[in-house]
Design a protein around this ligand. Structure first.
Ligand SMILES: [Zn+2]
Length: 697
């Protein structure tokens, strides 16, 4: 370990406590990228000393001197990494890239050194297997189980040689994940489509044109238009642009991220990651990476997860064929003389939406002002969870566009946390939308309130003009806010069990559930206001939205399912060398993937599964959570409706406030009174309910 100057470390702002303002806030205004590595090294040293002291304790192991003691370690490291991960997702730069290349393997190897610490594991095992455990609170017992299980799954029981190999694999993976992620980000920011002829903008809504013009100006191409290679720029283009050749060009650019045979190509990294994962799973005693990953999830086995995916797959692709037929009819009627191709799907889907449901997304958009919808989020949180939000100006932010709100209980006025909102796309910010917890709620180290953020990539409009977003984007906004509420409502003792610290096939459930409140009349009538007239959205348009709600579910379900199935099959393949292109082609052919569409995340840009272990063999979680959320929303509609106070309280008591303190399947059952079934999802999507093969999760 390198000796660092003590004054440097003690003055490193990343290591400092977060002060007392609003119970403490991250010092985003003091961050220098150069501080990350020394801060992390110092924080790791501190936690290593703390952990070594626990492992070397001469007293017999108890819950307090082992498990609870572990929960109290690493506070500095948590602070450093909270800020580091904000930089990683929001403030990318070449300087940060080099920091990441050093940080990621360091973090991975330190993690391994903890779970591979034999004397520490012995103490955990003793506490876990001791009859004394039964005297602990249910939350403490759950914490014992989590620690024991996490250590075992990470290889705590292996011999030294296997442990060393697992650590080596984790090191290599950490490096590969970083590279994969950097390649994907580079393809999203370095590649873009320039339009020089205004004629080629035909069909695009004004705000898309404006954003494209602004982006061109930023790139020194004033007078032309730039379409970025990110989902939030490409999808509106594909949905609206009349120029078919440009649609194809944009589509090809987007689906080829990480797959261009250049320095940012990810095809060589994928088989390396897969083989290392397969080898690690075998060392850990599991037939495949998928079996290992699912061992502690709600689904438990890949077979159970696959059964669900396959149950939904067939009705989903049947629906795609119907959707394509409808689109082909529109194209024929127009005399377009084309066969629907993948770059036509979104465009003609919009035309069908207009023809069949008389629903014009751009008309709907006039009523979807980002700021009004943000107020709608607050309204829903107020109705369901008795929360209120107040903007504050005194908190340091990492970009002037970020706003901060205190979150308090409406009745008691007690502040329960902070919510940071970072809505706009920016260079260096990763694409998509996400929630982050900067700090978990807990009561072990004092009454610690949580700090969460929601990050999106909406295109910032002209100065002073409201930002209009699509229905789909509004849904995403509600989704991410659902994660935020899962964090904010947390009311537990131990940080490891707080808020969204639940298994991956459950973590999307609260967020997908919250999406349902967007289409409630209470939200639409109060917050879906026309951006010019301020008039609420007309009932006739609301009815049309409702009628069209099952529209295009074939496409959206299939694109996600295809990604989930490919992910699972990749990680069930075992220790074989996989050619990504060949594998994708064969698997999709076997599945009879409709040729008019592609998977939502093609393998070379499938960051969910290749930029960390996080969602590997875990993309099915979205579908799994879909089932849970459809079934859970039915609990409201079966009662007094979406704002039923009794059901909302049950939701808070059993789901939103308990984090990971209760086994997830049990928590769900406690809320719903029974196990979830797929019926509600099938009905919601307008698919056939088979009944006979009713899967109970
Ligand atoms: Zn989510």
């Amino acid at each position: 370990m390198e000796q660092k100057d003590k004054t440097t470390n003690s003055s490193n702002p990343l290591l400092q406590e977060w002060g007392s303002l609003h119970n403490g806030v991250p010092p985003f205004d003091k961050v220098k990228v150069a501080d990350f590595i020394p801060a992390e090294e110092m924080a790791i040293t501190t936690q290593r000393n703390e952990i070594n002291a626990i492992a070397a304790n001469k007293d017999a192991p108890t819950f307090q001197n082992t498990i609870e003691a572990l929960e109290k370690t690493g506070l500095e490291k948590k602070r450093v990494e909270a800020i580091y991960y904000v930089w990683q997702s929001n403030m990318g730069s070449p300087e940060l890239d080099s920091v990441q290349e050093i940080m990621e393997p360091r973090i991975a190897s330190f993690g391994d050194s903890i779970v591979q610490n034999t004397s520490l594991f012995k103490r955990i095992e003793t506490v876990y297997t001791s009859p004394e455990k039964d005297k602990l609170t249910p939350e403490q017992q759950r914490l014992c189980f989590k620690y024991y299980n996490n250590f075992v799954l990470a290889g705590a029981k292996l011999d030294d040689k296997s442990k060393a190999r697992v650590a080596e694999i984790n090191q290599k993976l950490a490096g590969l994940f970083t590279k994969f992620n950097q390649h994907q980000l580079a393809d999203e920011s370095d590649k873009f489509m320039v339009i020089t002829d205004a004629k080629d903008l035909a069909g695009l809504p004004e705000e898309v044109k404006d954003a494209a013009a602004a982006k061109a100006e930023k790139k020194g191409k004033k007078g032309s238009w730039v379409i970025s290679n990110t989902r939030s720029s490409i999808e509106p283009f594909l949905s609206n642009a009349d120029n078919r050749a440009l649609r194809e060009k944009a589509w090809r650019m987007f689906i080829s991220r990480g797959d261009n045979g250049d320095v940012n190509d990810n095809n060589a990294i994928i088989p390396e990651i897969l083989q290392l994962r397969a080898e690690r799973a075998q060392l850990l005693g599991y037939p495949t990476h998928a079996h290992w990953r699912l061992a502690d999830k709600m689904a438990k086995t890949p077979e159970k997860a696959m059964a669900l995916l396959e149950e939904v797959w067939t009705p989903a692709i049947e629906r795609v064929h119907e959707e394509v037929k409808d689109m082909q009819q529109v194209a024929d009627k127009e005399g377009a003389k084309i066969k629907i191709e993948a770059w036509d799907y979104r465009y003609y889907a919009e035309k069908v939406r207009k023809a069949k449901y008389d629903l014009d997304q751009n008309e709907v958009k006039q009523y979807l002002q980002l700021e009004k919808l943000r107020e709608a989020l607050f309204y829903v949180a107020g109705e369901l969870f008795d929360l209120k939000f107040d903007q504050v100006q005194d908190v340091p932010v990492f970009h002037p566009d970020v706003r901060v709100f205190t979150v308090s209980n409406k009745t008691t006025n007690k502040q329960i946390g902070l919510w940071y909102f970072d809505p706009y796309a920016r260079e260096g910010k990763r694409s998509g939308a996400w929630m982050t917890a900067y700090r978990d709620q807990e009561k072990l180290n004092g009454d610690i309130t949580t700090i969460v953020s929601n990050n999106c990539n909406f295109i910032k409009g002209k100065e002073g003009e409201p930002v209009l977003i699509s229905w789909e984007d509004a849904r995403t906004l509600f989704h991410e806010f659902g994660h935020a509420l899962h964090g904010l409502n947390s009311n537990v003792t131990y940080p490891a069990l707080s808020g969204t610290n639940v298994v991956t096939d459950y973590v999307e459930f609260p967020s997908q559930l919250l999406e349902r409140w967007l289409s409630t009349p209470e939200v639409l009538n109060r917050y879906a206001l026309h951006y010019k007239t301020g008039e609420p959205i007309p009932q006739a348009l609301v009815d049309k939205i409702k009628n069209a709600s099952k529209f295009n579910t074939g496409f959206t379900t299939t694109e996600a399912l295809a990604s989930a199935i490919v992910d699972m099959k990749l990680h069930l393949a075992g220790n074989v060398k996989i050619d990504p292109k060949e594998f994708e082609k064969t698997t999709l052919a076997e599945l009879k993937m409709p040729k008019e569409m592609v998977m939502r995340h093609r393998m070379p840009a499938f960051g969910h599964i290749f930029s960390s272990d996080g969602y590997s063999a875990g993309y099915y979680s979205y579908c799994w959570a879909d089932v849970l959320s459809a079934d859970a929303f039915a609990a409201f509609t079966e009662a007094g409706g979406p704002y039923d106070k009794t059901v909302a309280k049950r939701l808070y008591d059993n789901i939103f406030s308990v984090g990971g303190t209760i086994d997830e399947a049990t928590a769900y059952r406690n809320f719903r009174g029974h196990d979830p079934s797929t019926d509600a999802l099938m009905i919601h999507k307008g698919f056939k309910v088979t009944g006979a093969k009713k899967a109970s999760l």
